[in-house]
Design a protein around this ligand. Structure first.
Ligand code: AMP
Ligand code: MN
Ligand code: MN
Length: 308
C-alpha cells in the first residue's frame, strides 16, 4: 500500500464532518462490510457519516465528502450519479481494473478485499477498530476471498483476519450469518439455476442460465443470485464458470469465475466489463443472446490457448 497516498486519504477523511459513503450496485459482502466498517469508525471518531444504499437523485446537500468503496467503475456507483456536479473525492478499492475515477484513489489489488484495505488504513491512522467494526471488516474479507480459499488469499490476508479476530470478530458467528442462512426462496432459485448447467470446451468451461421467470417460480430476489456460480466452479477439471442472467427486457448480466489459469478480467474488460483475474462481470443492456454467444466464444478462445 502506498503510504503517502494512504496518508492523504486519511487526512481527507479525517477533516470531513459529514462524509457520504457509497458502494457498488448489487452490493456483496465486501461492499456492505466496507461501508458499515468505515461508518462505525467514523461515528466512533465523532464524525457524522451517511450510508448511501438506495442511490438518491442528488448527493445529500449536507455531505462534505463523497467516498466510494469497493467499486471498480464510476457507472457501478449508479448511472444517475454520473452527472452529479461533485466529483468523487475518495475511492478506496482493490479491483485491478479500477481506472481511479476519484480525486484520491487508494486502489490496492494485492489485498483481496476492500475491507482489508480499510483495516490497513485504520491501523495506519491509529483509528479505533471496535468489535462491531472488526465484525464488518472480517465479513467483507471472508466473503471476497470465498472463505479464504481464493488465490488472492496470502499470509497478509490471514494476518489481517487474525488481527480482526483479536479485535472482536467471531469467525464462526460471522460464517453462520454469511453462509448458513440461505432463505428457502434463494435455495429454490439455486436449484432451478443449477438444473441449467451446460458443460463445453471439453468440460473445461461450464455455464448456468437464469431466466426471468425463475424469480416468480422461486420467490427469490435479484440479490439471491450471489454465490450460485461457485456451485459450478467446484467441478473438477473446469477452468472457467459463467452465469448468464437474462433480464425481462432482453439485457444480460454476466458473472465469470476462473480457477486461476484463465484471466476472466481480460475477457470481461474486452467486452465492456471488469473485475479481477479470477472473478469478473459484464452487463449488457440489450441483445442478451448475441452477447452471451460473444462471451462464450471469448471463453472458448481463452481455454484453447491454454497449454495442457
Ligand atoms: P459478480 O460476478 O457480480 O460477483 O462480480 C465479480 C467481480 O467482477 C466483482 O468484483 C465486480 O466488482 C466485478 N464486476 C462485475 N460486473 C462488472 C461490470 N459490469 N463492470 C465492471 N466490473 C464488474
Ligand atoms: Mn464487491
Ligand atoms: Mn471487493
Amino acid at each position: 500500500m502506498d503510504k503517502a497516498l494512504a496518508q492523504k486519504v486519511i487526512d481527507r477523511i479525517a477533516s470531513a464532518k459529514s462524509p457520504a459513503l457509497f458502494t457498488h450496485l448489487r452490493p456483496d459482502g465486501d461492499a456492505f462490510g466496507s461501508l458499515l466498517g468505515l461508518a462505525h469508525v467514523l461515528k466512533d471518531r465523532g464524525q457524522n457519516p451517511s450510508l448511501v444504499q438506495d442511490v438518491p437523485d442528488q448527493l445529500p446537500s449536507e455531505a462534505d465528502l463523497f467516498v466510494v468503496l469497493d467499486t471498480s467503475t464510476r457507472e457501478r456507483v449508479g448511472k444517475k450519479t454520473t452527472d452529479w456536479k461533485k466529483p468523487v473525492d475518495v475511492v478506496i478499492d482493490h479491483h485491478v481494473s479500477n481506472p481511479g475515477f476519484g480525486t484520491l484513489n487508494l486502489i490496492v489489488p494485492e489485498i483481496p478485499a476492500t475491507a482489508g484495505v480499510l483495516y490497513r488504513l485504520f491501523e495506519m491512522a491509529g483509528w479505533k477498530v471496535s468489535p462491531a467494526t472488526a465484525t464488518c471488516l472480517y465479513a467483507g474479507l471472508s466473503t471476497d476471498t470465498g472463505s479464504f480459499r481464493y488465490r488472492g488469499t496470502d499470509a497478509q490476508t490471514l494476518r489481517i483476519a487474525a488481527s480482526l479476530v483479536d479485535l472482536g470478530a467471531d469467525p464462526s458467528d460471522i460464517a453462520k450469518h454469511c453462509y448458513l442462512s440461505v432463505t428457502p426462496q434463494r435455495y429454490q432459485l439455486k436449484k432451478l439455476t443449477i438444473e441449467t448447467l451446460s458443460l463445453k470446451d471439453n468440460k473445461k468451461s461450464g455455464f448456468l442460465t437464469i431466466f426471468p421467470d425463475f424469480y416468480s417460480k422461486s420467490g427469490a430476489k435479484s440479490e439471491d443470485t450471489e454465490g450460485i456460480i461457485e456451485e459450478v466452479t467446484c467441478i473438477q477439471g473446469l477452468e472457467v464458470a459463467s452465469l448468464f442472467e437474462f433480464g425481462p427486457e432482453g439485457g444480460l448480466r454476466v458473472s465469470l469465475r476462473s480457477k486461476g489459469r484463465v484471466d476472466v478480467n481480460a475477457i470481461a474488460s474486452s467486452l465492456g466489463g471488469g473485475g479481477h483475474r479470477a472473478a469478473a462481470g459484464i452487463r449488457f443492456p440489450k441483445d442478451g443472446e448475441k452477447n452471451r454467444d460473444r462471451v462464450l466464444a471469448a471463453i472458448s478462445k481463452a481455454i484453447s490457448a491454454l497449454e495442457d
